[in-house]
Design a protein around this ligand. Structure first.
Ligand SMILES: [Zn+2]
Length: 123
């Protein structure tokens, strides 16, 4: 479970990153798997912001298929992470509204249980 402080830390890391959305390089779109260069680009700034492809033969590499997936994952994370933070907060507000309704209806134990479940990550 994530505490509100952890959510704020995640959000701060996302906000500090280069503006998104990001995309995996699509310079060679003729290839069915797309470009193999490994670059992930910031679309609004139009610059490469990270290279997810391992280079050199002196260390182990993930399989090329995973390198492609890694690029897609990193690019999507720029939008996915803020969306997930927002969804966690939205769902916690929904739970809190049900807890408040339960409390007002005289179901204090139900309200307490809903709040306990929603805030499990809090100390
Ligand atoms: Zn490329």
């Amino acid at each position: 479970m994530l505490t509100p402080a952890q959510l704020e830390e995640i959000e701060a890391r996302a906000n500090a990153a280069t503006p998104g959305p990001w995309k995996r390089c699509s310079a060679n779109e003729a290839r069915p798997e797309g470009c193999s260069c490994g670059l992930v680009w910031s679309i609004p700034i139009d610059i490469p912001i990270i290279d997810v492809r391992m280079r050199g033969d002196d260390m182990a590499h993930p399989p090329q298929q995973e390198e492609h997936a890694n690029g897609l994952f990193v690019a999507a994370a720029r939008a996915d992470v803020p969306a997930l933070v927002a969804e966690v907060r939205r769902l916690r507000r929904v739970v809190e509204s049900y807890a408040a309704h339960a409390y007002e209806s005289g179901w204090a134990n139900t309200a307490a249980e809903l709040r306990r479940l929603a805030n499990r990550g809090e100390p």
